[in-house]
Design a protein around this ligand. Structure first.
Ligand code: GCW
Length: 693
């Protein structure tokens, strides 16, 4: 049948088939205040294009609405359209201009032009096509994918176009995620506390589950799906064995049932010693012990009976006191592969964290020394999950040398969205510039162009699976993240996990338009504030490659006097010599990078004190001495915050009053905090430098 006939047939179908599109929000009593709607504000203000868009979204048609994910896609599109376009999204079945057709390729294949079918077939199963078609004189838009999850992502993209003032006309765009597993790691404890959490208590009300499910669970899944997140690890990597208990598996299943309807798979962090803690007959957790292996196989079977699409296990083992295979003289490989074998029959994966330290004189060297030798030893369903930096989520670190050093291992990048070392919810640091800098860094693993992004998306070493994980910044605060600007980091994480080549600026532009729904000038001012906020935070806390100047415990206050092991300040200078004539940590990088890192005068200033112990009066490439450069940067960071406050005050009439007030309050806290960091650190360093004279 010709394409034309198909489309006529297709359109005639529209006139007879009932339309899906019942608009069930299911959000009976989630708090519906502006700050709780995050980037899905769905407001018409400040969006001149909506008048035209009203012609491009008038009704929704789904050939078969059996899939809960598709039902959510329809409900979402209907809600967005109704709120933003000023008219209800009809469902009377009349074929008209502005009908949006949703469905998988299998459902829509008969009606699509051949080239569209081929385009969708060439995408991965979460990829989608958004295409404007004209059929029998009617302008319609088709959003399709190989899976219903892909259709959902396509719908959120279509809505994002509306929210950001883009045209909905003559669309012909196809996208697919570069990274397969885009995952949040919640360091949430069963007692409701959140480790390194600054947004209230845990969302997961374990005491009420499974009987009672908070409406915010659905909201949470909706926000995650809107930015393409397709996996969540519910509990802390300092794992409580209770999470493997049968009653907690029931509780987890109740959450998984909700997340599944938004295309999200659920994972857990089991404590490696669970077998001996939970079983009366076991006094070991040795991964080579047959009874232990049988325990994990049974436990995994039990989980999959309740959660058929369970994702797998994230593991922190032999790290910071957590139990692991080492207690039984077994290796990380034996520990990880034992769990992998239990999960393999169900299609589950193991994410084994490489966050280990304490063995060598230079902590930064430990992960590479511990894991490099295991390249190619892990089972196919094991990821090594590696933090972006070798120490521990410092404001800035060079990338962990393991990236690019284990081509035969699936690598998961672990980023921290919560700001443990970057000011909790006090700083406004927008982290996408930090992540963009990391992702675009060249490891030279296979020559030029071996960027972290290419390693993490699996393309450099041709891995079928890939993963980016982010330690969540989410809690039960009304604004979810502890501050408005922290919301941008959840958003940016999802967008970068979907496409690691996106720019921080483009992501900021999207988020600002979707959150503040304001005029272009206001959005431009907010974007300018955001784009420099991370660098300013580095400046006023730990510039020029300094790290760990914070207090132990909260990691929030400056305490350089107690952190000499990390900054090395003495009469002769400042910084740690990790170059070849120091700890030779630099030797863990590719030769092209060693040449730069070993040369005190070639190395970028942002890494200088990470790799070198520099005399206070050494003249840097900036023309200033080290001590003067420190003062220059600490002051630059504080004045950036001063400027942000002035710019924000200037927006008073352009932003919702409550939002304006809460952000102003946060910025003033940041200003005080930045000044404290500046004076504490500069007083300390100047004092030490003076002893030199
Ligand atoms: O960043 C450090 C934190 C710990 C965290 C640990 C880890 C969950 O201080 O709170 O524990 O790293 O990443 O396991």
């Amino acid at each position: 049948m010709s394409d034309k006939t198909n489309r006529v047939l297709f359109l005639s179908l529209l006139t007879f088939c009932g339309l899906a599109g019942t608009h069930a929000t299911g959000k009976e009593n989630a708090p519906d205040v502006q700050e709780s709607r995050l980037w899905l504000q769905y407001q018409a203000e400040g969006n001149p294009r909506l008048k035209e868009s009203a012609e491009d979204l008038r009704s929704i048609y789904v050939p078969s609405s059996s899939s809960p994910i598709l039902k959510n896609a329809v409900s979402e599109l209907s809600e967005a359209g109704t709120r933003m376009l000023g008219h209800a999204i009809t469902s009377d079945g009349a074929a008209q201009n502005g009908t949006v057709v949703l469905g998988t390729l299998a459902e829509l294949k008969r009606y699509l032009p051949k080239e569209s079918i081929n385009r969708v077939a060439s995408l991965n199963d979460e990829g989608y096509l958004i295409k404007s078609l004209t059929a029998a004189g009617k302008r319609i838009t088709v959003i399709t994918s190989r899976t219903d999850r892909g259709v959902l992502y396509g719908v959120f993209h279509f809505i994002r176009l509306m929210q950001t003032g883009e045209s909905l006309r003559s669309l012909d765009l196809a996208e697919q995620p570069a990274v397969h597993l885009r995952m949040l790691n919640h360091w949430d404890n069963p007692d409701g506390s959140v480790e390194r959490g600054y947004a209230g208590r845990s969302l997961w009300k374990w005491g009420e589950l499974p009987e009672k499910t908070d409406p915010r669970y659905r909201e949470y899944a909706r926000f995650c799906a809107s930015i393409g997140i397709n996996g969540v690890v519910l509990n802390n990597v300092n794992a409580d064995p209770v999470m493997m208990r049968s009653d907690y598996i029931e509780k987890t299943a109740a959450l998984a049932d909700i997340f599944r309807q938004w295309g999200i798979r659920t994972y857990l962090t089991p404590n490696f010693a669970s077998p001996m803690v939970l079983s009366k007959n076991l006094n070991t957790a040795d991964p080579m012990n047959r009874d232990v292996q049988a325990w994990w196989a049974d436990k995994t079977d039990e989980i999959y009976q309740r959660i058929p699409d369970f994702g797998g296990f994230l593991i922190k083992a032999d790290s910071e006191g957590q139990p692991g295979p080492k207690s039984y003289d077994r290796s990380h490989v034996e520990g990880a592969n034992m769990l992998a074998e239990a999960l393999e029959p169900h299609g589950g994966i193991v994410l084994w964290r490489a966050f280990v330290y304490g063995k060598s004189e230079d902590r930064a060297k430990d992960a590479y020394n511990e894991f490099r030798k295991f390249d190619g030893c892990f089972n196919d369903n094991v990821f090594l999950q590696i933090k972006n930096g070798p120490l521990d989520f410092q404001p800035r670190e060079p990338f962990t040398p393991l990236f690019g050093a284990m081509p035969k291992t699936s690598i998961a990048l672990e980023l921290q969205i919560t700001k443990e070392y970057l000011g909790h919810s006090t700083s406004s640091a927008y982290l996408a510039p930090m992540w963009e800098e990391l992702l675009q860094t060249d490891t030279y693993a296979k020559g030029k162009g071996s960027t972290i992004a290419r390693i993490v998306d699996g393309s450099l070493d041709r891995h079928a699976l890939s993963c980016i994980a982010g330690v969540a910044n989410i809690g039960d605060d009304a604004n979810w993240c502890g501050s408005i600007f922290n919301q941008a980091n959840w958003y940016a994480f999802g967008r970068l996990a979907w496409n690691p080549d996106l720019s921080a600026a483009a992501i900021a532009d999207e988020w600002i338009r979707m959150t503040f729904c304001s005029d272009v000038e206001t959005c431009t001012t907010i974007r300018k504030m955001m784009m420099g906020s991370y660098e300013a935070c580095v400046d006023y806390t730990m510039p020029i490659g300094l790290n760990f100047l914070c207090n132990t415990g909260s990691h929030f206050k400056p305490d350089p006097a107690k952190r000499k092991a990390y900054h090395g300040a003495d009469a002769s200078g400042l910084g740690i010599n990790r170059s070849k004539n120091g700890s030779d940590y630099s030797g863990q990088y590719a030769p092209e990078l060693q040449a730069v890192f070993n040369d005190m005068d070639r190395i970028p200033l942002k890494y200088l004190l990470w790799f070198h112990h520099v005399p206070w009066d050494h003249t840097l490439s900036s023309g200033r001495t080290l001590l003067d450069e420190l003062e220059y940067r600490y002051d630059r960071g504080v004045s950036y915050v001063d400027t942000m406050i002035m710019e924000w005050i200037g927006l008073k009439d352009n932003v919702d009053a409550e939002i304006h007030a809460s952000v102003l309050e946060q910025l003033k806290k940041e200003q005080a905090w930045a000044r404290t960091w500046n004076t504490t650190c500069m007083d300390y360093f100047s004092g030490v430098a003076d002893t030199e004279k």
